[in-house]
Design a protein around this ligand. Structure first.
Ligand code: IMP
Length: 424
Protein backbone atom coordinates (compact mmCIF):
# COMPACT_ATOMS: atom_id res chain seq x y z
CA UNK A 1 0.00 0.00 0.00
CA UNK A 2 2.89 2.40 0.83
CA UNK A 3 4.25 2.08 -2.72
CA UNK A 4 0.84 2.75 -4.20
CA UNK A 5 0.28 5.72 -1.93
CA UNK A 6 3.44 7.39 -3.16
CA UNK A 7 2.33 7.11 -6.78
CA UNK A 8 -1.18 8.35 -6.04
CA UNK A 9 -0.66 11.71 -4.42
CA UNK A 10 -3.67 13.46 -5.94
CA UNK A 11 -7.04 12.05 -7.00
CA UNK A 12 -10.07 13.66 -8.63
CA UNK A 13 -13.63 12.32 -8.27
CA UNK A 14 -16.16 13.34 -10.93
CA UNK A 15 -19.76 12.49 -11.75
CA UNK A 16 -20.24 10.78 -15.12
CA UNK A 17 -23.99 11.20 -15.54
CA UNK A 18 -26.33 14.12 -14.79
CA UNK A 19 -25.38 14.48 -11.13
CA UNK A 20 -26.65 12.52 -8.10
CA UNK A 21 -24.31 9.59 -8.79
CA UNK A 22 -23.42 9.22 -5.13
CA UNK A 23 -20.10 11.10 -5.34
CA UNK A 24 -20.40 12.20 -1.71
CA UNK A 25 -20.04 8.64 -0.47
CA UNK A 26 -17.05 7.91 -2.77
CA UNK A 27 -15.31 11.13 -1.69
CA UNK A 28 -16.00 10.18 1.90
CA UNK A 29 -14.39 6.74 1.38
CA UNK A 30 -11.27 8.16 -0.32
CA UNK A 31 -11.01 11.10 2.09
CA UNK A 32 -9.77 8.85 4.89
CA UNK A 33 -6.48 8.72 2.99
CA UNK A 34 -6.30 12.44 2.00
CA UNK A 35 -4.91 15.56 3.66
CA UNK A 36 -7.33 17.96 1.96
CA UNK A 37 -10.57 17.62 0.02
CA UNK A 38 -11.16 20.35 -2.53
CA UNK A 39 -14.33 21.41 -4.38
CA UNK A 40 -13.81 23.35 -7.58
CA UNK A 41 -17.17 24.47 -9.04
CA UNK A 42 -20.89 24.90 -8.42
CA UNK A 43 -22.47 25.89 -5.16
CA UNK A 44 -25.58 25.10 -3.17
CA UNK A 45 -27.16 23.46 -6.23
CA UNK A 46 -25.26 20.35 -5.09
CA UNK A 47 -26.40 18.15 -2.25
CA UNK A 48 -24.25 15.37 -0.88
CA UNK A 49 -25.76 12.77 1.38
CA UNK A 50 -23.70 10.39 3.42
CA UNK A 51 -24.74 7.97 6.15
CA UNK A 52 -22.40 7.58 9.07
CA UNK A 53 -23.96 4.72 11.01
CA UNK A 54 -27.64 5.47 10.54
CA UNK A 55 -27.20 9.27 10.75
CA UNK A 56 -27.86 11.12 7.47
CA UNK A 57 -25.55 14.09 6.75
CA UNK A 58 -26.39 16.47 3.89
CA UNK A 59 -23.85 19.04 2.72
CA UNK A 60 -24.34 21.57 -0.08
CA UNK A 61 -21.05 23.47 -0.27
CA UNK A 62 -18.65 21.63 1.97
CA UNK A 63 -16.92 18.54 0.66
CA UNK A 64 -17.51 15.33 2.60
CA UNK A 65 -13.94 15.37 3.87
CA UNK A 66 -14.91 17.92 6.48
CA UNK A 67 -16.43 15.07 8.51
CA UNK A 68 -13.02 13.37 8.81
CA UNK A 69 -10.65 14.37 11.60
CA UNK A 70 -7.63 16.38 10.58
CA UNK A 71 -8.56 16.95 6.89
CA UNK A 72 -8.74 20.39 5.33
CA UNK A 73 -11.99 21.13 3.46
CA UNK A 74 -11.23 23.60 0.69
CA UNK A 75 -13.81 25.62 -1.27
CA UNK A 76 -12.08 26.61 -4.48
CA UNK A 77 -12.20 29.85 -6.47
CA UNK A 78 -14.44 28.25 -9.11
CA UNK A 79 -17.32 27.95 -6.66
CA UNK A 80 -20.25 30.30 -6.12
CA UNK A 81 -21.17 30.41 -2.43
CA UNK A 82 -24.58 31.17 -0.98
CA UNK A 83 -23.90 32.77 2.42
CA UNK A 84 -27.07 31.70 4.27
CA UNK A 85 -26.75 28.06 3.19
CA UNK A 86 -23.03 27.96 3.93
CA UNK A 87 -23.62 29.39 7.41
CA UNK A 88 -26.35 26.78 8.03
CA UNK A 89 -23.95 24.00 7.11
CA UNK A 90 -21.23 25.43 9.32
CA UNK A 91 -23.62 25.66 12.27
CA UNK A 92 -24.06 21.88 12.24
CA UNK A 93 -20.33 21.26 12.59
CA UNK A 94 -18.19 21.17 15.72
CA UNK A 95 -15.86 24.20 16.01
CA UNK A 96 -12.85 21.96 15.37
CA UNK A 97 -14.26 21.02 11.95
CA UNK A 98 -15.01 24.67 11.11
CA UNK A 99 -11.36 25.49 11.83
CA UNK A 100 -10.36 23.07 9.02
CA UNK A 101 -12.41 24.89 6.35
CA UNK A 102 -10.52 27.06 3.85
CA UNK A 103 -12.45 29.33 1.47
CA UNK A 104 -10.93 30.92 -1.60
CA UNK A 105 -10.83 34.70 -1.50
CA UNK A 106 -11.66 34.52 -5.21
CA UNK A 107 -14.84 32.41 -4.84
CA UNK A 108 -17.95 34.34 -5.88
CA UNK A 109 -20.97 35.08 -3.71
CA UNK A 110 -24.57 34.22 -4.64
CA UNK A 111 -26.83 37.01 -3.41
CA UNK A 112 -30.64 37.25 -3.13
CA UNK A 113 -31.02 39.11 -6.44
CA UNK A 114 -29.46 36.14 -8.26
CA UNK A 115 -32.20 33.76 -7.09
CA UNK A 116 -34.87 36.41 -7.77
CA UNK A 117 -33.81 36.96 -11.37
CA UNK A 118 -33.47 33.22 -12.00
CA UNK A 119 -37.01 32.59 -10.74
CA UNK A 120 -38.38 35.24 -13.10
CA UNK A 121 -36.48 33.75 -16.01
CA UNK A 122 -37.51 30.18 -15.37
CA UNK A 123 -41.14 31.25 -14.97
CA UNK A 124 -41.23 33.18 -18.23
CA UNK A 125 -39.00 30.97 -20.42
CA UNK A 126 -40.54 29.06 -23.32
CA UNK A 127 -38.26 26.13 -22.43
CA UNK A 128 -37.30 26.35 -18.75
CA UNK A 129 -34.14 24.49 -17.76
CA UNK A 130 -35.56 23.21 -14.50
CA UNK A 131 -32.75 24.70 -12.42
CA UNK A 132 -32.43 24.31 -8.67
CA UNK A 133 -33.42 28.03 -8.34
CA UNK A 134 -30.41 28.68 -6.11
CA UNK A 135 -29.20 31.57 -8.28
CA UNK A 136 -26.26 29.62 -9.69
CA UNK A 137 -26.59 30.71 -13.35
CA UNK A 138 -27.04 34.44 -12.58
CA UNK A 139 -24.10 34.37 -10.12
CA UNK A 140 -21.84 32.90 -12.83
CA UNK A 141 -23.23 35.48 -15.30
CA UNK A 142 -22.11 38.24 -12.94
CA UNK A 143 -18.72 36.55 -12.58
CA UNK A 144 -18.11 36.31 -16.32
CA UNK A 145 -19.70 39.72 -16.92
CA UNK A 146 -17.05 40.99 -14.46
CA UNK A 147 -19.70 42.26 -12.08
CA UNK A 148 -19.38 39.56 -9.43
CA UNK A 149 -18.81 39.99 -5.71
CA UNK A 150 -16.00 37.84 -4.38
CA UNK A 151 -15.28 36.47 -0.94
CA UNK A 152 -12.17 38.66 -0.74
CA UNK A 153 -14.29 41.79 -1.43
CA UNK A 154 -16.57 41.00 1.50
CA UNK A 155 -13.55 40.64 3.79
CA UNK A 156 -12.07 44.01 2.70
CA UNK A 157 -12.65 46.63 5.44
CA UNK A 158 -15.34 49.12 4.44
CA UNK A 159 -16.55 47.15 1.38
CA UNK A 160 -19.90 45.94 2.76
CA UNK A 161 -21.03 49.37 3.98
CA UNK A 162 -19.19 51.56 1.48
CA UNK A 163 -19.22 49.78 -1.88
CA UNK A 164 -21.72 46.91 -1.88
CA UNK A 165 -24.99 48.90 -1.65
CA UNK A 166 -24.11 51.06 -4.69
CA UNK A 167 -22.94 48.07 -6.68
CA UNK A 168 -26.11 46.12 -5.94
CA UNK A 169 -28.31 49.14 -6.78
CA UNK A 170 -26.63 49.34 -10.18
CA UNK A 171 -26.84 45.58 -10.82
CA UNK A 172 -30.48 45.17 -9.78
CA UNK A 173 -31.44 48.25 -11.81
CA UNK A 174 -29.84 46.72 -14.89
CA UNK A 175 -31.64 43.42 -14.28
CA UNK A 176 -35.02 45.16 -14.03
CA UNK A 177 -35.49 44.35 -10.33
CA UNK A 178 -34.29 47.64 -8.74
CA UNK A 179 -33.35 47.36 -5.08
CA UNK A 180 -34.24 43.64 -4.88
CA UNK A 181 -32.67 41.96 -1.83
CA UNK A 182 -30.10 44.69 -1.09
CA UNK A 183 -30.78 44.97 2.65
CA UNK A 184 -30.81 41.21 2.98
CA UNK A 185 -27.54 40.97 1.03
CA UNK A 186 -25.80 43.45 3.32
CA UNK A 187 -27.02 41.67 6.41
CA UNK A 188 -25.97 38.21 5.23
CA UNK A 189 -22.56 39.41 4.02
CA UNK A 190 -21.93 40.90 7.46
CA UNK A 191 -22.83 37.59 9.11
CA UNK A 192 -20.60 35.70 6.69
CA UNK A 193 -17.67 37.98 7.42
CA UNK A 194 -18.15 37.76 11.17
CA UNK A 195 -18.32 33.95 11.20
CA UNK A 196 -15.87 32.84 8.53
CA UNK A 197 -13.33 35.62 8.00
CA UNK A 198 -10.48 33.60 9.45
CA UNK A 199 -11.20 30.75 7.00
CA UNK A 200 -10.82 32.92 3.87
CA UNK A 201 -7.46 32.65 2.16
CA UNK A 202 -5.60 32.29 -1.13
CA UNK A 203 -6.44 28.62 -1.68
CA UNK A 204 -4.41 28.39 -4.91
CA UNK A 205 -1.29 29.14 -2.93
CA UNK A 206 -2.37 26.79 -0.15
CA UNK A 207 -2.84 23.85 -2.57
CA UNK A 208 0.54 24.53 -4.14
CA UNK A 209 2.21 24.47 -0.71
CA UNK A 210 0.40 21.27 0.30
CA UNK A 211 1.60 19.65 -2.93
CA UNK A 212 5.18 20.68 -2.23
CA UNK A 213 4.94 19.22 1.26
CA UNK A 214 3.91 15.87 -0.26
CA UNK A 215 0.36 16.10 1.10
CA UNK A 216 -2.44 14.27 -0.68
CA UNK A 217 -5.23 16.23 -2.32
CA UNK A 218 -8.64 14.83 -3.22
CA UNK A 219 -10.61 16.97 -5.69
CA UNK A 220 -14.35 16.72 -6.02
CA UNK A 221 -16.48 17.79 -8.98
CA UNK A 222 -20.10 18.53 -8.10
CA UNK A 223 -23.02 17.62 -10.41
CA UNK A 224 -22.06 15.43 -13.41
CA UNK A 225 -20.19 15.90 -16.66
CA UNK A 226 -23.37 15.63 -18.78
CA UNK A 227 -24.32 18.96 -17.14
CA UNK A 228 -21.02 20.61 -18.12
CA UNK A 229 -21.55 24.15 -19.47
CA UNK A 230 -19.39 23.45 -22.53
CA UNK A 231 -19.69 19.72 -23.12
CA UNK A 232 -23.03 18.79 -21.56
CA UNK A 233 -26.48 18.80 -23.14
CA UNK A 234 -26.46 22.60 -23.60
CA UNK A 235 -28.55 24.63 -22.82
CA UNK A 236 -29.94 22.09 -20.33
CA UNK A 237 -26.80 22.22 -18.21
CA UNK A 238 -25.44 23.92 -15.12
CA UNK A 239 -23.29 27.05 -15.42
CA UNK A 240 -19.89 25.57 -14.53
CA UNK A 241 -17.59 22.69 -15.55
CA UNK A 242 -18.25 19.64 -13.36
CA UNK A 243 -15.96 17.55 -15.56
CA UNK A 244 -12.30 16.96 -14.68
CA UNK A 245 -11.46 19.84 -17.05
CA UNK A 246 -13.02 22.29 -14.57
CA UNK A 247 -10.40 21.46 -11.93
CA UNK A 248 -7.71 23.77 -13.32
CA UNK A 249 -9.68 27.02 -13.59
CA UNK A 250 -11.66 26.15 -10.44
CA UNK A 251 -8.60 25.80 -8.19
CA UNK A 252 -5.50 27.21 -9.89
CA UNK A 253 -3.94 23.75 -9.39
CA UNK A 254 -2.44 22.11 -12.46
CA UNK A 255 -4.49 19.13 -13.70
CA UNK A 256 -1.15 17.67 -14.86
CA UNK A 257 -0.44 16.85 -11.22
CA UNK A 258 -3.52 14.64 -10.82
CA UNK A 259 -2.56 10.97 -10.64
CA UNK A 260 -5.95 9.32 -10.96
CA UNK A 261 -9.43 10.37 -12.08
CA UNK A 262 -12.29 8.28 -10.69
CA UNK A 263 -15.66 8.66 -12.39
CA UNK A 264 -18.78 7.84 -10.43
CA UNK A 265 -21.73 6.24 -12.17
CA UNK A 266 -24.83 4.56 -10.88
CA UNK A 267 -25.74 1.12 -12.25
CA UNK A 268 -28.66 2.94 -13.88
CA UNK A 269 -29.13 6.64 -14.72
CA UNK A 270 -31.09 9.58 -13.36
CA UNK A 271 -31.57 13.19 -14.34
CA UNK A 272 -33.33 16.11 -12.59
CA UNK A 273 -34.62 19.04 -14.58
CA UNK A 274 -35.33 19.28 -18.30
CA UNK A 275 -33.22 18.20 -21.27
CA UNK A 276 -32.24 15.14 -23.30
CA UNK A 277 -31.98 11.79 -21.53
CA UNK A 278 -31.79 9.10 -24.23
CA UNK A 279 -32.00 6.06 -21.93
CA UNK A 280 -35.00 7.40 -19.96
CA UNK A 281 -37.83 5.04 -19.06
CA UNK A 282 -41.41 5.92 -18.15
CA UNK A 283 -44.54 4.57 -16.52
CA UNK A 284 -44.72 1.84 -13.89
CA UNK A 285 -41.25 0.53 -14.67
CA UNK A 286 -39.80 4.01 -13.99
CA UNK A 287 -41.83 4.49 -10.84
CA UNK A 288 -40.65 1.17 -9.41
CA UNK A 289 -37.00 2.05 -10.08
CA UNK A 290 -37.43 5.58 -8.65
CA UNK A 291 -38.96 4.20 -5.45
CA UNK A 292 -36.40 1.39 -5.13
CA UNK A 293 -33.51 3.85 -5.54
CA UNK A 294 -35.08 6.65 -3.44
CA UNK A 295 -34.56 8.94 -6.43
CA UNK A 296 -35.78 12.27 -5.08
CA UNK A 297 -33.56 15.39 -5.12
CA UNK A 298 -31.42 16.13 -2.04
CA UNK A 299 -31.55 19.89 -2.72
CA UNK A 300 -35.03 20.31 -4.20
CA UNK A 301 -36.92 17.12 -3.25
CA UNK A 302 -37.99 16.79 -6.92
CA UNK A 303 -38.60 13.25 -8.24
CA UNK A 304 -35.70 12.34 -10.49
CA UNK A 305 -36.21 11.06 -14.04
CA UNK A 306 -34.81 7.53 -14.31
CA UNK A 307 -33.37 5.37 -17.09
CA UNK A 308 -30.91 2.60 -17.86
CA UNK A 309 -27.13 2.76 -17.79
CA UNK A 310 -26.08 4.49 -21.00
CA UNK A 311 -22.85 3.15 -22.52
CA UNK A 312 -22.47 5.74 -25.36
CA UNK A 313 -22.85 8.51 -22.75
CA UNK A 314 -20.28 6.74 -20.53
CA UNK A 315 -17.81 6.44 -23.43
CA UNK A 316 -18.13 10.17 -23.95
CA UNK A 317 -17.59 10.77 -20.23
CA UNK A 318 -14.52 8.50 -20.24
CA UNK A 319 -12.94 10.62 -23.00
CA UNK A 320 -13.94 13.99 -21.56
CA UNK A 321 -12.60 13.24 -18.10
CA UNK A 322 -9.53 11.27 -19.21
CA UNK A 323 -10.88 8.64 -16.85
CA UNK A 324 -8.80 6.03 -15.03
CA UNK A 325 -11.46 4.02 -13.20
CA UNK A 326 -15.13 3.80 -12.33
CA UNK A 327 -16.79 3.92 -8.95
CA UNK A 328 -20.06 2.05 -9.38
CA UNK A 329 -22.87 3.06 -7.03
CA UNK A 330 -26.42 2.00 -6.21
CA UNK A 331 -26.02 -1.43 -7.78
CA UNK A 332 -27.77 -2.77 -4.66
CA UNK A 333 -30.99 -1.20 -5.98
CA UNK A 334 -30.94 -3.87 -8.73
CA UNK A 335 -30.08 -6.82 -6.42
CA UNK A 336 -31.76 -10.04 -7.53
CA UNK A 337 -32.44 -8.96 -11.12
CA UNK A 338 -31.55 -11.84 -13.39
CA UNK A 339 -30.53 -9.48 -16.19
CA UNK A 340 -29.90 -5.73 -16.25
CA UNK A 341 -31.10 -3.61 -19.19
CA UNK A 342 -28.23 -1.46 -20.53
CA UNK A 343 -28.31 0.97 -23.48
CA UNK A 344 -25.34 -0.02 -25.61
CA UNK A 345 -25.97 2.14 -28.71
CA UNK A 346 -28.56 4.42 -30.25
CA UNK A 347 -30.37 4.31 -33.56
CA UNK A 348 -30.76 7.54 -35.51
CA UNK A 349 -32.46 7.58 -38.92
CA UNK A 350 -31.82 3.85 -39.27
CA UNK A 351 -28.11 4.17 -38.48
CA UNK A 352 -26.52 2.73 -35.32
CA UNK A 353 -24.43 5.14 -33.18
CA UNK A 354 -22.00 4.07 -30.47
CA UNK A 355 -21.17 7.66 -29.50
CA UNK A 356 -23.17 10.29 -27.67
CA UNK A 357 -24.15 12.93 -30.29
CA UNK A 358 -22.96 16.51 -29.94
CA UNK A 359 -26.07 18.12 -31.29
CA UNK A 360 -29.20 18.63 -29.26
CA UNK A 361 -31.32 18.09 -32.37
CA UNK A 362 -29.78 14.64 -32.92
CA UNK A 363 -30.27 13.80 -29.25
CA UNK A 364 -34.00 14.32 -29.56
CA UNK A 365 -34.45 11.72 -32.30
CA UNK A 366 -32.43 8.91 -30.68
CA UNK A 367 -33.81 5.45 -30.20
CA UNK A 368 -31.92 3.43 -27.59
CA UNK A 369 -30.62 -0.06 -28.35
CA UNK A 370 -31.03 -2.13 -25.19
CA UNK A 371 -29.01 -5.23 -24.30
CA UNK A 372 -29.54 -7.46 -21.28
CA UNK A 373 -26.39 -7.79 -19.20
CA UNK A 374 -25.85 -10.37 -16.44
CA UNK A 375 -27.45 -9.46 -13.11
CA UNK A 376 -26.30 -10.25 -9.56
CA UNK A 377 -27.89 -11.73 -6.46
CA UNK A 378 -26.26 -9.18 -4.18
CA UNK A 379 -23.56 -6.54 -4.60
CA UNK A 380 -20.22 -8.16 -4.01
CA UNK A 381 -17.11 -8.68 -6.05
CA UNK A 382 -17.94 -12.25 -7.06
CA UNK A 383 -21.62 -11.87 -7.86
CA UNK A 384 -21.00 -8.72 -9.90
CA UNK A 385 -17.91 -9.87 -11.78
CA UNK A 386 -19.71 -10.74 -15.09
CA UNK A 387 -21.35 -7.28 -15.17
CA UNK A 388 -18.12 -5.47 -14.24
CA UNK A 389 -16.19 -7.37 -16.92
CA UNK A 390 -18.82 -6.45 -19.50
CA UNK A 391 -18.55 -2.77 -18.49
CA UNK A 392 -14.77 -2.96 -18.87
CA UNK A 393 -15.14 -4.52 -22.35
CA UNK A 394 -17.59 -1.82 -23.44
CA UNK A 395 -15.60 1.17 -22.15
CA UNK A 396 -12.01 0.00 -21.60
CA UNK A 397 -12.15 1.22 -17.99
CA UNK A 398 -11.97 -0.92 -14.81
CA UNK A 399 -14.09 -0.55 -11.68
CA UNK A 400 -11.99 0.52 -8.68
CA UNK A 401 -14.77 1.09 -6.13
CA UNK A 402 -18.07 -0.68 -5.68
CA UNK A 403 -20.60 0.80 -3.31
CA UNK A 404 -22.60 -2.02 -1.73
CA UNK A 405 -25.07 0.01 0.31
CA UNK A 406 -25.70 3.50 1.61
CA UNK A 407 -23.53 3.41 4.73
CA UNK A 408 -19.93 4.63 4.73
CA UNK A 409 -18.59 1.13 5.48
CA UNK A 410 -20.62 -0.57 2.72
CA UNK A 411 -18.00 -0.51 0.01
CA UNK A 412 -15.55 -2.78 -1.88
CA UNK A 413 -12.29 -1.21 -2.97
CA UNK A 414 -10.07 -2.66 -5.69
CA UNK A 415 -6.82 -1.68 -7.37
CA UNK A 416 -5.33 0.92 -7.44
CA UNK A 417 -6.85 1.99 -4.11
CA UNK A 418 -6.11 -1.41 -2.68
CA UNK A 419 -3.16 -3.55 -3.68
CA UNK A 420 -4.04 -7.00 -5.02
CA UNK A 421 -4.69 -9.42 -2.18
CA UNK A 422 -5.05 -6.67 0.42
CA UNK A 423 -8.34 -6.53 2.30
CA UNK A 424 -10.64 -3.53 1.79
P1 IMP B 1 -28.58 24.94 -11.83
O1 IMP B 1 -27.26 24.30 -11.58
O2 IMP B 1 -29.38 25.18 -10.58
O3 IMP B 1 -28.47 26.15 -12.70
O4 IMP B 1 -29.47 23.89 -12.68
C1 IMP B 1 -29.15 23.53 -14.01
C2 IMP B 1 -29.43 22.06 -14.25
O5 IMP B 1 -28.53 21.28 -13.49
C3 IMP B 1 -30.83 21.60 -13.82
O6 IMP B 1 -31.25 20.58 -14.69
C4 IMP B 1 -30.60 21.03 -12.43
O7 IMP B 1 -31.58 20.07 -12.08
C5 IMP B 1 -29.24 20.39 -12.63
N1 IMP B 1 -28.48 20.27 -11.37
C6 IMP B 1 -27.82 21.24 -10.72
N2 IMP B 1 -27.22 20.76 -9.62
C7 IMP B 1 -27.48 19.45 -9.60
C8 IMP B 1 -27.08 18.38 -8.71
O8 IMP B 1 -26.35 18.55 -7.74
N3 IMP B 1 -27.55 17.15 -9.02
C9 IMP B 1 -28.32 16.91 -10.13
N4 IMP B 1 -28.70 17.86 -10.98
C10 IMP B 1 -28.28 19.12 -10.71
Amino acid sequence: MRELEKQMQHICVVGLNWGDEGKGKIVDVLASDADAVVRYQGGANAGHTVYIGEVRHVLHHLPMGVLHDGILAVLGNGMVLEPAKLLDEVELLPEEAVSRIRISDRAHIVLPHHAAVEKLREQSAAHPIGTTLRGIGPAYQDKFGRDGIRMGDIMTPGFIEGVLPGKLRELTQRLGIPGEGIDEAIQICNRLKERLESQVTDTRQLLHKLHQQGKKLLFEGAQGCMLDIDFGTYPFVTSSSPSFLGLGPGTGFSPRKIDHVVGVTKAYCTRVGEGPFPSEIHGEEAEALREAGGEFGTTTGRPRRVGWLDIPALRFAVELNDLDSFALTKADVLDGWETIPVVTAYRLDGEELGQFPDSLTDLEGLEPVIEQWPGWSQVDEVSMRPFIDRLMQATGIPVSILSTGRRRDEVCVFEPFRAEGELA
